[in-house]
Design a protein around this ligand. Structure first.
Ligand code: PHE
Length: 339
């Protein structure tokens, strides 16, 4: 029996040494140490031994079992260490490899300036509204006090899609749509694309951008218009910026003004950016014409208001010293990457 035990033990240790993977180890464990395993079977055979022999044999079997168990444990540990090492090797990251360049997009300069403007006007309590780019003659001209035969139409010669349907020439159409749907007090800006049949050159494009502003309430005066525009100019161009109002004409405002700001580049002395003038024209504005208020069902005896239309493209080209408006629309990445 002793000999048999020795043989089983040797066979078990050899099998452990030969095991190649965890499944082999498990098979060895079941074969020798399991409930029906060979070493367990030997224990069961001890019933036939004399009482003197039994404890001696028992001890031998237990020692053999412990030895096999220990060898098996060591083998399993060795194998998992090897597997771990292999895994680490496979997962090594070569930090000397050049990284993949992550090409993130960014805002177009027009959008950057627009977002700044929206921030400024929102902080003064203005809502942002949207209007359609395809307008009716009614909203783009008629309600804005520009009847069919009015000479102001010539200045905004534009693209007609059908009789009385056109690409809007000015965001001012949004004034009317807003006054039709909202009751005063009204404080909105409407940014958007506008269209005019202009020849393309460094300062003209048939597609450009405006931001219309409209305020209607009781007791609104030209002082309020000046205050709002001055605040806006200071935030966009800096606190030393001077604002100049020149008398002008728009059919839908009375009185009307053209607004210039002192050139932020030269401080008013005259330079390339302001073409020597010291001033840059940035917008048209005025007090909303009583006819316009009336056309929208607002009583001009009770309410008054002001409106302004800012050229976003001009603001952007002066801020970034862009010499040609066409660059804004060509979408050449080499140009846009600079901003
Ligand atoms: N809509 C005018 C333009 O396109 C600008 C403007 C807007 C003037 C609002 C006065 C008030 O030239």
């Amino acid at each position: 029996m002793k000999q048999q035990l020795e043989q089983i033990k040797t066979a078990a240790l050899e099998a452990i040494a030969a095991a190649e993977n965890s499944a082999d180890c498990e098979n060895v464990r079941v074969k020798y140490l399991g409930k029906k395993g060979e070493l367990t079977a030997i224990l069961k055979m001890m019933g036939g031994l004399s009482p003197e022999e039994r404890p001696i044999m028992g001890q031998l079997v237990n020692t053999a079992k412990a030895e096999v168990d220990e060898a098996l444990g060591a083998k399993v540990a060795e194998m998992s260490a090897k597997a771990e090492e292999l895994k680490l090797k496979e997962e090594t990251i070569d930090i000397t490899m050049p990284a993949k360049v992550n090409k993130t997009g960014k805002l177009h300069p027009l959008n950057t300036v627009l977002n700044d403007m929206i921030d400024i006007f929102q902080s003064m309590g203005f809502d942002v509204v949207d209007g359609p780019e395809v307008e009716t003659d009614h909203y783009n001209f008629e309600c804005l006090n520009v009847p069919a035969d009015h000479p102001a139409r010539d200045m905004q010669d534009t693209f007609y899609l059908a009789e009385n349907i056109l690409l809007r020439t000015q965001t001012s159409a949004a004034q009317i749509r807003t006054m039709e749907t909202r009751k005063p007090p009204i404080r909105v800006i409407c940014p958007g694309r506008v269209f005019r049949a202009d020849e393309v050159d460094a300062t003209h494009s048939p597609v450009f951008h405006q931001i219309e502003g409209l305020v209607v309430d009781k007791g609104v005066t030209m002082c309020d218009l000046k205050g709002v525009l001055e605040q806006f100019a200071h935030e966009i161009y800096g606190p030393d910026t001077k604002v100049k109002f020149r008398p002008s004409f728009f059919p839908f405002t009375e009185p009307s003004v053209e607004v210039d700001v002192s050139c932020s580049e030269c401080g008013g002395k005259g330079c390339r950016v302001c073409k020597g003038a010291g001033w840059i024209e940035i917008l048209g504005a005025g007090m909303v014409h009583p006819n316009v208020l009336r056309a929208c069902g607002i009583d001009p005896e009770e309410y008054s208001g002001f409106a302004f239309g800012i050229g976003l493209d001009r603001l952007t080209t002066t801020r970034y010293k862009i010499s040609d408006i066409r660059l804004l629309f060509e979408n050449d990445k080499r140009f846009l990457d600079q901003f």
